[in-house]
Design a protein around this ligand. Sequence first.
Ligand code: KG4
Ligand code: ZN
Length: 334
Amino acid sequence: MSVVLGIETSCDDTAAAVLVDGTVRASVVSSQDAVHGAFGGVVPELASREHLRNLLPVMDAALDRAGITLGDLDAVAVTRGPGLMGSLLVGLSAAKGVALAQDVPLVGVNHLEGHLLSVQLEREVAFPFLALLVSGGHTSLYLARELGVYALVGRTRDDAAGEAFDKAAKLLGLGYPGGRVIDTLAREGNRTAVRFPRARLKGGGYDFSFSGLKTAVRQYVAGSDAGAPADVAASVQESIVDMLVETTCRAAADLRISTVIVVGGVSANSRLRARFDVEASAQGFEVVVPPVHLCTDNAAMIAHVGACRLAHGMVDDLSVSAMATLPLEPGWRS
Ligand code: KG4
Ligand code: ZN
């Protein structure tokens, strides 16, 4: 039996999970949305303070729900980057403490690899696959060849897609976090009400850009012909979704990839899921999107990567450090 505790504190969610023989026995996420909501974005100092307050209760809850104690653990997996340095350090210090006290291996996990492999918690997804990672901090296309080998084939040149949702929502006075609010509001809106721009970068390969959209939303808000909020939300969403779907499908066709996965917080978006379903059947590839609770930040995906790496002997010692800008490309561990 293999029992892995996963810990995730890279941004504003405090999470712990227990994986037993590859099955999630418990996954607890304590959201800080209420703390940061008033500021319209994550405040790093508040995030680390909240992690300090919440992490031990969240870990206890995960162990309780899984019906195990610290003594049952075979390994501890923890996010070591990328993320907010103060937040990462809270999780990493706790994980080191558990690994030292229980004398079990520590696996430092790249948060992005957690998102990429989160699909495997629900079903078997074989390498190679193309992964669209869309979150509040990242918008990237990776060709996942095997465990630990990911080639970056496209990335955003400016804002991340989640950031585009959040900034648009802020400009439109819709609250935080913006992605979910826009998604909900857009269900009653007309997607063609406002024609916001879709960036297609010259010679940009599979790169993305959302700064033009942000400027267009700002100009729209400053203008006098304000439409119904649901229509504007649906139009903004359609512009972001169009850019993500078009580029990803083009890359899948060019690279002759038959499996595309969509992961990260923005993959919770209902319109993005629906559009990918339609395009996948039209173009003949399979699209896999994890259920919403695995799309947003969680520790089950960290425990999963930890278990995979443990099985391959890829463990760390207690000197492993947190890295705010830890990349995922080949060689990232060196
Ligand atoms: O992966 P995630 O939970 O955190 C990181 O950034 O790592 O992603 C958070 C992002 C936020 O920008 C949030 O607005 C966006 O995911 N998001 C959504 C939806 N739910 C969360 N964006 C669009 N539609 C949603 N339903
Ligand atoms: Zn994330």
